[in-house]
Design a protein around this ligand. Structure first.
Ligand SMILES: Cc1cc2nc3c(=O)[nH]c(=O)nc-3n(C[C@H](O)[C@H](O)[C@H](O)COP(=O)(O)O)c2cc1C
Length: 221
């Protein structure tokens, strides 16, 4: 099916062309993404789209915090220990992506450059931050995840590339200040949008997936 291609063409894009994305195009993408399902059609997502001067202001604040080695204060927690099979996938993914990006394990400078790129929102012209009211539960987080994937697939369908990144919400106080996000909303994740720089080594990596037999458990079929 032609539509299925979009699933295979979306990749996390870690370097963007210096080419703006129009508000009209973003509105089309966001309109499609809000067709995502949600608990009782609650549509719990609160979406902040940063571009232009606002995004530059945020990038400057992030750069300062990154260079000062400020501790991350993401508003979602990460597991202290991952289950072994998942931990192995993560390690494999880091090894494969670093190799493909041309980053050698002991090359501190190259690793630093890569991390800095993360904290500069990969040079994307647009960063979209997804937020939820503090009182909501895991069900709404589940809804937000579906919205996030719809957003990235809709972006691809409109000729745009994207990157979801936990690193982009490492310093939520800057996002809250610069984008004027109310205190009752939790800043969950950022999704960068723009046009991929096709030549850049960071964009040559195509992630693998485990065979479906490893994660799909058919019963009675
Ligand atoms: C919630 C979430 C957080 C992520 N955070 C980062 C990040 O901080 N930096 C990064 O380079 N990629 C990040 N990624 C991208 C993943 O590494 C990527 O989705 C995965 O390796 C699969 O590759 P693909 O998206 O190209 O298919 C994140 C993805 C998700 C869904």
């Amino acid at each position: 099916m032609e539509e299925e291609k979009i699933f295979f063409e979306r990749h996390t894009t870690r370097k963007y062309l210096d080419k703006p994305v129009s508000k009209g195009l973003l509105t089309e993408v966001l309109t499609a993404a809000t067709r995502a399902p949600s608990w009782a059609n609650s549509q719990p997502w609160e979406i902040y789209v940063a571009s232009g001067k606002k995004l530059e202001e945020l990038r400057r604040a992030y750069l300062q915090s990154f260079e000062n080695h400020e501790p991350h204060t993401q508003e979602l927690s990460t597991p202290k220990v991952w289950p072994e099979n998942i931990d192995n996938r993560i390690k494999k993914s880091f090894a494969e992506s670093f190799k493909s990006m041309g980053i050698v394990r002991d090359d501190e400078a190259a690793r630093y450059k890569n991390w800095k790129n993360n904290y500069q929102f990969f040079g994307a012209p647009v960063a979209i931050f997804l937020c939820l009211d503090h009182s909501l539960t895991d069900w709404s987080l589940f809804d937000l995840g579906m919205f996030a994937n719809s957003l990235m697939l809709a972006a691809k369908a409109h000729g745009l590339d994207s990157a979801p990144a936990a690193s982009s919400v490492s310093y939520p106080h800057h996002i809250r200040n610069v984008l004027d996000i109310p205190d009752n909303q939790k800043i969950i994740v950022g999704i960068m949008i723009g046009y991929a720089d096709p030549e850049h080594p960071y964009n040559q990596y195509v992630s693998s997936r485990v065979p479906i037999e490893e994660v799909v458990h058919f019963r009675g079929i």
